[in-house]
Ligand binder design. Structure first.
Ligand SMILES: N[C@@H](CCC(=O)N[C@@H](CS)C(=O)NCC(=O)O)C(=O)O
Length: 230
């Protein structure tokens, strides 16, 4: 049976951009599961599946609904144990939790300043008003002020990625010889930027760029199906 995944879109419904949804897209491909994407703008999220969630990704698998990209990965691992593992065992779940927490503070925070206006500019008018009001309360400043610090955050992001760069000198993926959910966590962040913003974040000869290209090639180029923002 085909699963249903609610994704986040802006005015262009084909360009889904949530980093957390991308983690789930890659997890579903990793497990070899068929799924249908339901693009959802910010202001429509509270209405989906009778008010089942305030955030996406939301995965519907028959009678089961799961919210949160990490919880979804754990659900898929438990429910589809014969498909390739997303974690490689219990230690892998714990390691992935570290990668998730690290990425939220050390990747997603700088990325947010760098791409915030690109996100805003790609939303419908209704979503722009929602996004501005909620984010300005959350960050305690106007979007433009957050974005003004964005250029400096490109260097900060690159410096924060140094442990990843060094890890990739040992093996081609964070999961070792093949990708695991940890890879998809970091991939989600860089894919968020790739599909929403034309800003160049990493040098072409950066090992993290080479790793990102490897991730984009996975599952017959699933990540490339949404083109890079121009
Ligand atoms: N911890 C959650 C975070 C999900 C999340 O924050 N999703 C955002 C999109 S990137 C969302 O749906 N926001 C709805 C809103 O701000 O109204 C996960 O990993 O899935």
């Amino acid at each position: 049976m085909t699963l249903k995944l609610y994704t986040l879109c802006g005015a262009d419904t084909a360009r889904h951009f949530s980093p957390h949804v991308w983690k789930t897209v890659m997890s579903l491909h990793h497990k070899g599961l068929d799924f249908e994407e339901c693009p959802t703008p910010f202001t429509a999220i509270p209405e989906i599946e009778g008010g089942a969630t305030k955030t996406v990704p939301l995965l519907v698998d028959g009678d089961t609904m799961i919210v949160d990209s990490f919880a979804i990965a754990e659900y898929l691992e438990e429910t589809y144990p014969d498909a390739p593992s997303l974690f490689g065992g219990a230690g892998g779940v714990a390691a992935a939790r570290f990668v998730e927490r690290w990425s939220l503070t050390h990747m997603y925070v700088p990325l947010r300043s760098i791409i915030i206006m690109d996100i805003f500019n790609r939303l419908s008018e209704k979503d722009q008003a929602y996004f501005r009001s909620t984010r300005e309360v959350r960050f305690g400043k106007p979007l433009e002020e957050l974005a003004a610090g964005g250029a400096a955050q490109i260097d900060a992001l690159s410096a924060n990625l140094e442990p990843m760069r060094q890890t990739l000198s040992f093996h081609p993926f964070l999961g070792g010889e093949a990708p695991l959910f940890s890879d998809y966590i970091v991939f989600g962040g860089l894919q968020w930027a790739r599909v929403i913003s034309p800003i160049k974040l990493l040098a072409d000869d950066d090992p993290v760029s080479a790793w990102f290209e490897r991730c984009l090639d996975l599952f017959e180029g699933a990540g490339r199906k949404v083109p890079a923002a121009a």
